[in-house]
Design a protein around this ligand. Structure first.
Ligand SMILES: [Zn+2]
Length: 396
């Protein structure tokens, strides 16, 4: 039985999905390389899927690619390249990095530009349901029509306003009825891509692509949705409002948000230029060690990356490997086991014990640091930890 923290309910709850588990993690805007913050998000979804598959579930995890938005258009303009060429290059690099880290491949990796017809249909449905309006050539979601707005993030009005401003929500836009209203469709600038629509030529707002892709790829209601903690508001709050307005169904059963990775006391971000790139680490370290370095931090709180993390992870991997090939016959004799070990019912020298301890740790809100500590204990006793490590996606 897996227990997981749910952002909307603000507590650890029993996670009881059906046989098929549908998951959607918000993907990248492909205009720069993947950094450790990205890796931590997708690794968390990877670990959850591994445990679910271990329990016999089928998992389908979709990760979208935001190949048209303000950031990628700005970067393409700076570089003087077509935005889709920039996207293609960065998507290939991102996929290489994630493959190298051994992530379970996404069930699908749809691009925002593949979903323009679905986006237009969805915006039409939100207008039809009376939750959106046209103004100044754009279509806005009308938050006053959705009383549950705020029930994912639980932020107060002032905090929502500040965060919307910080994340390009443009609360000052004079075409809006309410500063928290958000764009579903917007006119394109002269050098930006534009698609025809019945509200005039333009391009999608940021949030609508994920709602359209969730609906197209996985259905009206999904089991797990999430991403980095900084997506809770406005992104996921807005996705929920527009999706539930259009379908009338609950959008997400469980919200999973991952803490941000910092460096030297500040959040790792493109704008601050303090990024540690996965590709750079892969040049120096083996992927299994990078996985272990990330898994040594629980997914939920924010944390700081330090150079020492990789050394600790590499040493841990060596210690596990040192006992990894030990067969029961090679293990220490019964007399050498500490008192109590025999009572576990696990064959001496077997790595079943480590596997069960990893399972228990993961079932407790994906407590990967506890899982690693359990395998450290096992290895210290001279027991192989091959199966436990395998459940964490680490091949010894
Ligand atoms: Zn999203």
């Amino acid at each position: 039985m897996i227990h997981l923290y749910d952002t909307a309910r603000k507590e650890v709850v029993l996670f009881e999905p059906g046989e098929l588990v549908t998951l959607y993690s918000c993907g990248i805007t492909p205009y720069d390389s993947a950094h450790l913050g990205h890796a931590q998000v997708y690794l968390t979804f990877d670990i959850l899927q591994r445990r679910l598959r271990d329990l016999g579930h089928e998992t389908r995890c979709v990760r979208n690619v935001t190949d048209v938005d303000d950031d990628i258009l700005r970067k393409a303009r700076e570089l003087g390249v077509h935005y889709l060429d920039l996207a293609a290059e960065e998507i290939a690099r991102f996929d290489r990095d994630m493959d190298a880290l051994g992530l379970i491949p996404s069930w699908s990796e749809p691009r925002a530009t593949s979903a323009i017809p679905e986006i237009l249909t969805l915006i039409g449905a939100v207008l039809d349901s009376g939750n959106a309006y046209q103004s100044g050539g754009a279509v806005y979601f009308d938050v006053s029509t959705f009383p549950r707005f705020g029930e994912v993030s639980h932020f107060d009005h002032q905090t929502m306003l500040e965060m919307a401003a910080e994340h390009g929500g443009n609360p000052e836009d004079p075409n809006k009825r309410n500063p928290l209203d958000f764009v579903l469709w917007q006119p394109s600038l002269a050098d930006e891509p534009a698609w025809e629509s019945r509200w005039g030529p333009g391009r999608p707002g940021w949030h609508i692509e994920c709602s359209a892709l969730v609906l197209r790829e996985l259905g009206e209601t999904i089991d797990v949705h999430g991403g980095g903690r900084d997506l809770v508001f406005p992104h996921h709050e807005c996705e929920t409002a527009q999706s539930e307005s259009a379908t009338g169904a609950a959008f997400v059963r469980h919200w999973l948000h991952i803490g941000l990775v910092g460096l030297d006391g500040t959040k790792m971000s493109k704008s601050l230029g303090n990024l540690v790139f996965v590709g750079d680490l892969l040049q120096q370290w083996e992927p299994a060690a990078i996985r272990l370095a990330l898994l040594s931090h629980h997914y939920r709180p924010d944390w700081q990356w330090t150079d020492g993390d990789m050394r600790v992870a590499a040493d841990r991997l060596s210690a596990w490997r040192a006992v990894g090939a030990t067969s029961p016959a090679d293990g220490p004799g019964t007399d050498e086991w500490p008192a109590g070990e025999v009572a576990t019912g696990v064959p001496l020298g077997s790595d079943e014990d480590g596997l069960w301890r990893v399972r228990a740790a993961l079932d407790s809100d994906l407590d990967t640091p506890a899982a690693l500590a359990a395998l450290d204990d096992e290895a210290a006793l001279g027991r192989p930890v091959v199966q436990g490590a395998a459940l964490l996606g680490v091949t010894l």
